[in-house]
Design a protein around this ligand. Structure first.
Ligand SMILES: C[S@@+](CC[C@H](N)C(=O)[O-])C[C@H]1O[C@@H](n2cnc3c(N)ncnc32)[C@H](O)[C@@H]1O
Length: 295
């Protein structure tokens, strides 16, 4: 599965947004101080890898400048957002905007996903002379990354777990006349009877609960064989998408070297840089970066 399909699947699954909405959140604090409070009423802003428009939707009501959000996934932001903002499906490394179009470029857990050199070249191209940039980026070793690593391991484990493999095979057997005496079914039944759910793993727990419910529903005749198979196929697609997306996130998280590289590139373009290692309750969370030129 390619990364943009896995992100599309993520948004279709009803994901909200990654900015912690509470004003006490340090991510919100950075975005507020270095973007929301600084942007003036008529300035134009481009949000790269905008997702559901988490940053754009927080602009003050009186803001009347152009608000554009680009993302390469298939997302349908809520109608009220589409009315106020311009959402364009586009890769952040090939921006279809004229040179010098924006006073601001912002991104929250998005810019780092785009291929670095072309993303920077495009960003510098579309910015106006007196431009400002605010980025919140995944940080290598942050607790968000540690959490993703754990989830990735679980998803990989689940794909290989005997119960899951059995469920896949079993769902293909319903049409068989021997089904009630089938070894696979007996094996499934005995596994089902022995299951002790581990406490430490939320993903594993959720899936096991799902499989157990599925077995009960199948046994009570709630699904046809075809429906039961469809459900298992959806699990496989969701797990594959999760694996792809989480691996992508770990891959793009910025280490100190990457962060220094970005600062140097901005400085070469005449920007002043302010970067902060954002943390929450003593745990590393993200890089906050603000760049400004002129003024
Ligand atoms: C963690 S989400 C962040 C979304 C949003 N900024 C937020 O804070 O809720 C990362 C987003 O990056 C998008 N993305 C990844 N690579 C991209 C690319 N090359 N061009 C445009 N969008 C990209 C994904 O589709 C996804 O919506």
């Amino acid at each position: 599965m390619s990364t943009h399909l896995s992100w599309s699947q993520y948004w279709r699954g009803g994901a909200g947004e990654s900015l912690q909405a509470h004003p006490a959140s340090p991510l919100y604090g950075f975005a507020s101080e270095y973007f929301l409070k600084r942007i003036s009423t008529q300035e134009s802003v481009l949000d790269i890898a905008t997702g559901n428009g988490a940053l754009l939707r927080r602009l003050p009501l009186e803001h009347g400048g152009l608000r554009a959000g680009v993302d390469y996934s298939d997302i349908s932001p809520q109608l009220e957002l589409r009315n106020k903002h311009s959402f364009v499906r586009m890769d952040g490394s090939r921006l279809g905007f004229a040179a010098s179009s924006f006073d601001w470029v912002v991104s929250q857990f998005g810019f780092e996903y785009v291929s670095r050199e072309p993303a920077l070249a495009e960003l510098f191209r579309v910015l106006r002379e007196r431009a400002q940039v605010m980025l919140l980026c995944h940080r290598e070793g942050s607790y968000l990354c540690a959490h993703s690593k754990q989830q990735l391991l679980e998803a990989q484990l689940l794909m290989k777990s005997p119960l899951f493999l059995l469920a896949r095979q079993w769902s293909e057997c319903f049409h068989c006349e021997q089904f009630e005496r089938c070894e696979l079914k007996l094996c499934m039944d005995s596994l089902f009877a022995q299951i002790r759910l581990p406490k430490e793993s939320s993903l594993l727990l959720a899936l096991l609960h799902g499989v157990m419910q599925w077995v009960r529903d199948v046994q009570s005749g709630r699904y046809t064989g075809q429906q039961a198979q469809q459900i298992v196929n959806q699990w496989v697609i969701a797990l594959e998408a999760n694996i792809e997306r989480l691996a992508h996130q770990l891959d793009v998280a910025l280490g100190t070297k990457d962060q220094k590289y970005l600062i140097n590139e901005f400085k070469r373009q005449g920007f002043k840089a302010k970067t902060v290692a954002i943390s929450e309750q003593g745990r590393s969370l993200a890089w906050g970066m603000y760049f400004s030129r002129g003024g």
